[in-house]
Design a protein around this ligand. Structure first.
Ligand SMILES: C[S@@+](CC[C@H](N)C(=O)[O-])C[C@H]1O[C@@H](n2cnc3c(N)ncnc32)[C@H](O)[C@@H]1O
Ligand code: FES
Length: 449
């Protein structure tokens, strides 16, 4: 069976630094060029591209195999791609200069590489070398801290299209030698490029981390700079049972809400699609933050009005986001305390997104009861959060987020599906179901009959 005219398996294998392999030899650029060329020539439905692990010709990558013929290409550079696509995929003539034609030699090379690889694995094991992923677990902070410092100093804006380290140091008011070390490390990570002594931003850092970028996320990412400080107290928090809550000034709140807005804007479409707007004319967004979900619901239905309940100090920012989206006439704000206030009545939909993880189990049980009281008959409660497995060990992001709440809140944590079911059932909700969305968070939906 051949569902496609051609099926390309392109090796994208990462290997430890210094070990030859396709990723180190530039497979990402080749694969990207292939994707673009296939799209440009309208061949994406005829030529299926699948990235894969090592094909055994690691010293001669980037490598790829094309089926149904079983053509093995080696050393494919981005500039070779247009020729492969036109000659091979459009005219049926493989590009001879890049093809391995000696099957016996190919087999010998693959076997020899496999033997070398297995010998290397045995030697590492005998020498007690730490597994790479364990090493990465332990040293992961280095890359994170490097990028956070760059964001904090607004390095990507300072580098822009082209700058020497000394110029960047002057712009960010920092030491010239230290700035150069930082720029070199950012280049190693792949967020800057260096030609001679000149640095420039990559497409990704220009888009997300520099002023004027298409998806400038600097304010949202500054929230991580704040989180770094609370996570530094994790050891003490585990000993004592709670984190040292640092000062949360207006700037901290601005970063926090910017970060919430970024996450929520990314997920809002999926949530609106999953929940739907049929029968929803009044919605309450409890702890609604930037109002991103209310904005998305209002945009999805002209007859829907939403109210964002949040802290007095946050609502001016919320109103800014609502005005920016042009939905002020149908999305309003209400100051309130979601931990104790009555939430109103007669709503068709109550949304509680990324709130339950801030609260203790008892507070969540109480919040569900007040949400129930706020709904009219047939109204629905939608909770969005990390929802853990019964052992509370997965998903990984949710289990780690529990620690984020340990260092950053009084009694917060991620909770399991069973806990949500119990709180919602006790509050009176029926037909409680979990709705799985792509990404780390899910929904729990219940109805008031
Ligand atoms: C993690 S954010 C989630 C924001 C939004 N629901 C979302 O999903 O993007 C939690 C929100 O709860 C608000 N909040 C925290 N404590 C609150 C309280 N006691 N009363 C009302 N809102 C509160 C915060 O200001 C923040 O906007
Ligand atoms: S790493 Fe690509 S063939 Fe081995």
């Amino acid at each position: 069976m051949e569902p496609f005219r051609f099926h390309v398996f392109a090796c994208d294998q990462q290997k430890p630094e210094g070990v030859p392999g396709c990723a180190a030899r530039g497979s990402a650029a080749t694969i990207d060029a292939l994707r673009r060329e296939l799209a440009t020539r309208g061949l994406v439905n005829e030529v299926q591209l699948t990235t894969c692990g090592s094909l055994g010709l690691c010293e001669r990558g980037p490598n790829m195999i094309v089926y149904p013929e079983g053509i093995w290409y080696s050393g494919v550079k981005p500039e070779d791609v247009p020729e492969i696509v036109s000659s091979h995929f459009q005219n049926g003539r493989p590009v001879a200069r890049l093809v391995n034609t000696d099957a016996a030699a190919l087999e010998g090379e693959i076997r020899s590489n496999r033997d070398k690889y297995l010998a290397g694995v045995r030697a590492r094991d005998a020498a007690g070398v730490m597994p790479d992923d364990l090493s990465q677990n332990i040293r992961g902070y280095q890359e994170s801290r490097t990028v956070l410092t760059a964001i904090e100093l607004d390095v990507f804006t300072a580098v822009g299209e082209k700058a020497a380290a000394a110029e960047v140091a002057e712009t960010i008011h920092a030491d010239a030698r230290a700035t150069e070390l930082l720029l070199n490390a950012l280049t190693a990570i792949g967020l800057l490029m260096k030609t001679g002594q000149t640095f420039s931003v990559t497409p990704v850092s220009r888009r997300f981390l520099a002023a004027g970028g298409q998806n400038d996320s600097r304010a949202a990412m500054m929230h991580n700079v704040g989180l770094w400080r609370s996570w530094s107290g994790l050891t003490d928090a585990v000993r004592s049972g709670s984190g040292a809550k640092g000062d949360r000034d207006a700037e901290w709140t601005r970063w926090f809400i910017a970060a919430m807005h970024r996450n929520a804007s990314e997920r809002a479409r999926a949530v609106v699609d999953a929940v739907g707007t049929a029968g929803v004319s009044r919605m309450l967004d409890v702890g609604g933050g930037s109002g991103a979900y209310s904005i998305a619901f209002a945009k999805a239905s002209d007859s829907l009005r939403a109210e964002v309940l949040d802290l007095e100090s946050v609502l001016p920012m919320t109103r800014g986001y609502i005005a920016e989206a042009g939905v002020e006439s149908r999305v309003s704000t209400r100051p309130g305390d979601l931990r104790r206030d009555a939430l109103g009545s007669g709503y068709d939909l109550v949304l509680v997104s990324a709130v339950c993880h801030m609260l203790s189990s008892g507070e969540n049980a109480d919040l569900m009861k007040r949400c129930f009281a706020a709904l009219g008959s047939g109204g629905r409660l939608v909770v969005q959060d990390f929802i853990l497995n019964p052992a509370k060990t997965a998903p990984r992001a949710g289990a780690l987020f529990s620690l984020n709440m340990l260092v950053g809140s009084q009694n917060g944590a991620s909770y399991s599906e069973d806990e949500y079911l119990a709180w919602m059932a006790a509050a009176g909700f029926v037909d409680v179901t979990r709705v799985r969305l792509a990404g780390p968070t899910n929904l729990m939906v219940g109805t008031r009959r």
